[in-house]
Design a protein around this ligand. Structure first.
Ligand code: SAM
Length: 395
């Protein structure tokens, strides 16, 4: 493909991403994957270049752009080489017309930038939300050690502050390595690994991962249990949860999965009521802490969407709390840095439920925020997370 044709391809993908953002349709990742699947003639170098162009354009447009061309023109404003590719050549974008619409820049829609600022995130912190994330993996300590894994890998790795983490440049194809097929590691951000450590799981405990999804955190909890004890992974999403058993088998992690009926979750969990030593609640959230990976997610948010998340967060907290034994604990996690989804949810829970105490984790990164702990891309070099651990009093 010519460089100009790559730009037009990125504009076409952007048009689809923008339409999907307006209608809560497919994610940008999904859209790009579908686009490339139906154009097998596009080689891997072209794919990478097209994707980089589209994602960079998404990053520089704070609010939903009018269309893909206006978004790409925003990127081209600070990049003369890119602007010169608007040359009207075959398969390339039409030449730039003076005065044509260019999307506004920014970190996020204005209302959302205000909420981030109100949640204690200054300009540097906000800008870092849109950086490029490295690729982190978690050594599966059920099968190997971090040092042995590191020595066996084809690419040089850095260690991070999480005890089992290794870090590689963005775009590293770690899932193609044989060590992945052998279950020696999982792809997991350092922040997510630290959030799992906050639950302090010990071998022999009875642990529930209430919002397990496809099991990213479940597998880390299973490794902490050393397969001694009980681990139950639940979710209301059949498709996500159904991916867990194969992953657990590859990792050699013992866990039971249980699909919950939305609105009737506790009926299916009656055997666990008041019995769990530890409950992980990786709650559904806006994902403001993962914009490095999904920058278009900020175009999908509005107050209604946020309110839906708040209701879901309150609900999973109530369900999880009902499972904790006296003296047991619960860690509430969101990959969002908005206080409304983090410390405010814990405040609301504690205001409505007597008999719980907050405990702060001891971790090698992050800092206290309200009733919990916060990790940020700018300060900690991880995805953005808030988590809080609360302990149920014995009487
Ligand atoms: C942030 S995702 C979990 C990601 C997963 N823990 C991981 O580490 O990959 C939140 C999950 O909560 C689930 N969820 C939402 N409401 C729920 C409910 N009432 N009970 C259980 N799971 C729920 C969603 O289906 C979604 O999979």
């Amino acid at each position: 493909m010519t460089p100009s044709a790559r730009v037009q391809a990125a504009i076409d993908i952007l048009d689809a991403v923008i339409a999907a953002a307006r209608t809560q349709g497919a994610s940008a990742d999904r859209i790009a994957a579908d686009w490339f699947r139906t154009r097998r003639f596009v080689g891997s170098k072209d794919r990478r270049a097209i994707r980089d162009l589209a994602w960079n354009a998404i990053r520089v447009c704070g609010d939903v752009p009018g269309n893909g061309r206006a978004a790409m023109l925003r990127l081209a404003q600070d990049d003369a080489a890119l602007a010169s590719l608007f040359d009207g050549s075959n398969y390339g974008p039409m030449a730039i017309v003076s005065g044509e619409p260019v999307s506004a820049g920014g970190i996020a829609p204005c209302w959302l930038e205000e909420r981030l600022a109100g949640s204690g995130l200054g300009a540097d912190e906000q800008a870092a939300l849109l950086g490029r994330a490295p690729l982190d993996l978690r050594t599966n300590t059920l099968k190997t050690t971090r040092d042995d894994l590191r020595a066996s890998l084809p690419v040089e790795a850095q260690v991070t502050v999480a005890p089992n983490a290794l870090r590689f440049p963005s775009g590293t194809a770690a899932e193609s390595w044989p060590q992945f097929a052998d279950g020696l590691f999982e792809i997991q951000d350092t922040g997510s690994q630290l959030a799992c450590l906050a639950l302090g799981v010990q071998p022999g405990e009875a642990v529930v991962d209430l919002c397990a999804g496809a099991g990213g955190k479940t597998l880390a909890l299973g490794a902490a249990l050393q397969n001694k004890g009980k681990l139950l992974a639940c979710d209301i999403d059949r498709a996500r949860l159904s991916r867990l058993p194969d992953r657990a088998a590859r990792a050699g992690a013992l866990s039971e999965t249980r699909l919950l009926n939305p609105g009737r979750e506790l009926e299916a969990l009656s055997d666990w009521a008041g019995k769990a030593d530890a409950v992980m609640i990786d709650a559904p959230c806006s994902g403001t802490g993962t914009w490095r990976r999904n920058p278009e997610a900020r175009w999908r948010l509005d107050d209604k969407v946020l309110e839906r998340y708040h209701a879901m967060q309150a609900r999973v907290l109530d369900i999880g709390a009902a499972l904790v034994r006296p003296g047991g604990r619960l860690t509430y996690v969101v990959c969002s840095l908005l206080d409304a989804e983090g410390t405010d949810r814990i405040d609301a829970f504690l205001a409505g439920n007597a008999g719980w105490d907050v405990t702060l984790p001891t971790l090698p990164a992050g800092a206290p925020r309200g009733q919990g702990w916060r990790l940020t891309p700018f300060r900690d070099g991880t995805d953005g997370f808030f988590f809080a651990t609360i302990v149920r009093r014995v009487n």
